[in-house]
Ligand binder design. Structure first.
Ligand code: MLT
Length: 244
């Protein structure tokens, strides 16, 4: 691939991050549709000021005890005992979090964010902010790595389909991007799913896990395109909504 072109590469699981082809001048879009990424977007839509992602429960507890920050977090989809909210966009929407700092810790999403840090700017992409994150990315004029959080280091259907939706949006608006094979494959997933996204995602194992946990409302919320006009970009160790 010529270095004069900007590339789009999809990393289908955190365990593949070290094998990525794009190495410089890049932005990492972290994707965890169900549900960490969607929850982060919902929190900013509701007026949260900052969101600090941490991969360990101990770190989240430290922030709660020392700084008094609100915690949103889960393990295996189940709300943590120390958490003020579960990792649930709908639960967030029921509380007044305007101007507050939240700390988030989740099974896969915050781990993917941790892996992405130090490898270019980090931004959150979700179906709910698809158009807004895509438009921001185009203006940055950088290589784009779309990192799927997946499930326990492996592939997940919903994150991969979103990677395809984002690729499709980007290439339609800015045709000079070069697609790595992974991005072309993701685009095909999206083309298969887009006619009936909600129904297609039901095949996914994490979707089914969340149905069993009674999170159907979150699932319905997570597949609505462009419902949150936010772009969560990482600065230092926290996310800010740069559209605010
Ligand atoms: C995760 O980060 O693993 C997910 O967001 C899990 C969940 O749906 O709560």
């Amino acid at each position: 691939m010529s270095s004069t072109y900007l590339g789009i590469e999809v990393i289908f699981a955190p365990s593949l991050f070290s094998t990525r082809q794009i190495r410089g001048n890049s932005i990492v879009v972290v994707v965890d549709i169900l549900r960490a990424g969607t929850t982060i977007c919902a929190a900013f839509q509701e007026g949260a000021d900052k969101i600090i992602p941490v991969s360990s429960i101990e770190k989240a507890l430290w922030y709660k005890e020392k700084k008094g920050y609100l915690i949103t977090g889960e393990r295996d989809g189940i709300k943590l005992e120390i958490a003020d909210f579960g990792n649930s966009p709908l639960e967030i929407l029921r509380h007044d979090i305007k101007g507050k700092t939240l700390v988030i810790t989740t099974t896969n999403g915050t781990r993917a964010i941790e892996i992405a840090q130090g490898n270019g700017q980090v931004v959150i992409g979700a179906f709910t902010n698809l158009q807004y994150v895509a438009e921001w990315l185009i203006v940055q004029k950088k290589n784009i790595m779309i990192l799927c959080a997946g499930w326990r280091e492996t592939f997940s259907l919903e994150d991969s389909i979103f990677a395809g939706a984002l690729t499709e949006y980007l290439i339609l608006k800015e045709s000079s991007y070069s697609l790595h094979d992974s991005a072309s494959a993701a685009q095909e997933f999206w083309r298969m799913a887009r006619g009936n996204l909600a129904s297609y995602l039901k095949k996914g194992s994490h979707y089914q896990r969340l149905v069993k946990l009674g999170a159907q409302e979150d699932l319905d919320y997570s597949v609505v395109l462009n419902s949150t006009k936010v772009v969560p970009v990482m600065e230092n160790n926290y996310f800010k909504n740069i559209l605010k």
